[in-house]
Design a protein around this ligand. Structure first.
Ligand code: SF4
Length: 431
């Protein structure tokens, strides 16, 4: 039996796609082994969202080549689409698949096909990738959408993943049912720009949420991976009010707390717009967790502009902030802007904002001390069962056994070193 090993860089959409490649290859009779082992076939599912991700993608390719010089080396995904010339120079690569043709990857491998062209990526239709079960995790990501037409000035994704497109809602309902019957209790709706799901068609994101909520029996939690502030409709908020499945957690990318920077980034809102909508959401759900992404050191970002971001982040009371130092991506509008910020300054601003995020996160998490919460457990480490609340607060419970994929009421007893700890509440187990 031929063996394959896969490594995945980047986002939740890549994770979904990798799991689908695994399932398709196993259906063809291939056996998965760990990426550190010698395999007949290596798949590197790449990312190019930052320079670091691109460089890690290259490192993984070379690792695979070193591990078995006779192996078939397959490189797929965003880095292939944005930098095909870099990869054509690595002679040992057998198969390159960019944004198009991912749904045929297993077939290409099985047939030893090495001639897949990396074509234009702005005219694509949605390629459906089947997936019944995640082998490596309890939380299931469901890819509902791909591509982006927004072209934020710093972002390579529209070039890497192409135009906006989405899956049929009926296919997604079937896939969600299948994931739930395989045991998954939480589904994270994932995509590149999921707020644009189904725009102009019969079923938009709210419509899809409504169907998932009512039709997928046994599903405990529905989470949105990330959604733009301008795309959180009243319809979605109304659904969140009535649904027991849609969690009270929204990840809303801010990117900057300074209007001038937002404009240079080509973001479609001002800080006033952002704050107004945030307040409306909080009026409906006072305990909601709202997390965000912020890019620091965008071209021409002055000290004053960065300080505006710091104070706006504080004012928004985010539950956590993913901080990204700006990474210049060739061909994007920002790459040719003047005033690129010195690397050391970017490093310092990143550290400041991470410190701020840690304070906000601790403040948010501590609200749950002495409260009972529902925890869906996902992992086990050194005598602790570890899981998340609907608000995505990490909780650790002392346990002599893993509780993976079980949902239990937990009384949060204390917060220590950035983590919430609790004990299983003496209540009926909800599983
Ligand atoms: S909305 Fe902006 S940041 Fe998000 S994928 Fe599209 S271009 Fe990139």
């Amino acid at each position: 039996m031929k063996t394959f090993a896969i490594t995945t860089l980047g986002c939740k959409v890549n994770t979904f796609e990798s799991e689908s490649y695994i399932e398709s290859l196993q259906a063809l009779g291939y056996k998965e082994v760990d990426f550190k082992e010698s395999a007949d076939i290596y798949i590197i599912n790449t990312c190019s969202v930052t320079n670091t991700a691109a460089s890690k993608s290259r490192q993984k390719i070379h690792q695979a080549i070193r591990q078995n010089e006779n192996a078939m080396i397959c490189v797929v995904g965003c880095y292939v689409q944005t930098n095909p010339q870099d990869l054509h120079e690595i002679e040992r690569i057998d198969l390159l698949v960019g944004a198009k043709g991912k749904n045929k990857l297993a077939q290409y491998i099985d047939q030893g096909n090495s001639d897949v062209s990396i074509s234009d990526q702005r005219d694509m239709t949605f390629e459906s990738l089947p997936l019944k079960q995640y082998k490596h995790q309890t939380r299931a990501f469901l890819k509902i959408q791909d591509g982006c037409d927004q072209f934020c000035s710093y972002c390579i994704i529209p070039y890497a993943r192409g135009n906006e497109r989405w899956a049929q809602s009926s296919d997604l309902i079937d896939m969600a049912k299948s994931l739930v019957s395989s045991g998954h209790k939480e589904i994270v709706l994932s995509g590149i720009h999921i707020g644009r799901y189904g725009k102009g068609s019969d079923t938009d994101l709210a419509g899809l949420l409504r169907r998932l909520d009512s039709e997928v029996v046994g599903l405990l939690r529905i989470r949105l991976s990330s959604i733009e502030i301008t795309e959180i409709t009243d319809d979605i908020l109304n659904l969140m009010t009535t649904s027991e499945k849609i969690v009270r957690h929204l990840h809303i990318p801010l990117q900057s707390g300074c209007d001038a920077v937002l404009q240079r980034m080509n973001r479609p809102y001002t800080t006033d717009d952002f704050y107004r909508r945030l307040s409306e959401i909080r009026n409906n759900f006072p305990m909601i967790s709202i997390s965000t992404d912020v890019i620091v050191g965008f071209p021409m970002e002055s000290e004053t502009e960065f300080e505006q971001t710091l104070s706006f982040v504080e004012r928004c009371r985010f539950s956590f902030v993913h901080v990204f130092p700006y990474s210049m991506r060739v061909n994007t509008a920002a790459a040719s802007m003047a005033g690129h910020v010195d690397a050391q300054i970017k490093k310092e601003r990143t550290a400041y904002l991470i410190e701020k995020s840690n304070i906000l996160k601790a403040r948010f998490d501590m609200q749950f001390v002495n409260k009972e919460v529902q925890v869906l457990f996902e992992s086990y480490h050194k005598g602790y069962a570890i899981g998340h609340t609907p608000e995505y607060v990490t909780v650790r419970v002392v346990s002599d056994q893993p509780l993976n994929n079980q949902c239990h009421p937990v009384l949060i007893t204390h917060h220590k070193s950035g983590l919430n700890y609790g004990v299983l509440a003496e209540k009926a187990v909800k599983s």
